[in-house]
Design a protein around this ligand. Structure first.
Ligand code: PNS
Length: 163
């Protein structure tokens, strides 16, 4: 039987504990999980792609569950999924507010690539309000985001907003 490859796409700017929870659960569903970072400077990320990749590698537990690979992609997600042999797209769902956007993406991706399935995993309750956007906003305004992102990312956020 061939390996089950799943792709978990996103901006991860930065990785939060909410992402980590979804990653750990996704690893139970596949043999290889590819975290796919969208190359999109229009979103004006606070961390470069190289920084985000490094942070993810530092915080994903190497000894537990399916192998995790961190890659970048541009263009259509389904094209990238085909390139890496992924038949599953994993996305996290936090609240109803996520649903409409995710629903549209899932149906568009299905139209483009009927053989690729989008699978939604529910957020951990305690992180269901946590987003990279809010974490950045709070950190920028000097608020405490410890417990919502891994410690290394907390420090990186403090540093980024100090300058
Ligand atoms: O973490 P994000 O920013 O919500 O992730 C969004 C992402 C990367 C999943 C989405 O923007 C995406 O898939 N972009 C690639 C372009 C694409 O395939 N667009 C059509 C899909 S509807």
């Amino acid at each position: 039987m061939t390996d089950r490859v799943a792709v978990h796409p996103g901006s991860f700017d930065p990785l939060t504990n909410g992402h980590l929870y979804i990653i750990e659960r996704a690893r139970q569903l596949c043999d290889r999980l590819v975290l796919a970072l969208l190359v999109n400077d229009e979103k004006k990320p606070i961390f470069t792609l190289a920084e985000r990749k490094r942070m993810i590698r530092e915080d994903v537990d190497k000894n537990h569950g399916a192998e995790v690979e961190v890659r970048e992609f541009s263009g259509l997600l389904v094209d990238f999924a085909h390139t890496i042999g992924a038949r599953m797209i994993v996305r996290g769902l936090r609240a109803m507010s996520d649903f409409e956007y995710e629903f549209q993406m899932a149906l568009m991706n299905r139209r483009l690539a009927p053989n690729v399935e989008t699978v939604f995993l529910m957020a951990k309750e305690e992180y269901s309000y946590v987003s990279s956007r809010l974490v950045k906003e709070v950190a920028r305004l000097g608020g405490d985001v410890s417990g919502l992102t891994p410690p290394g990312i907390n420090e990186a956020l403090k540093k980024a907003f100090r300058s």
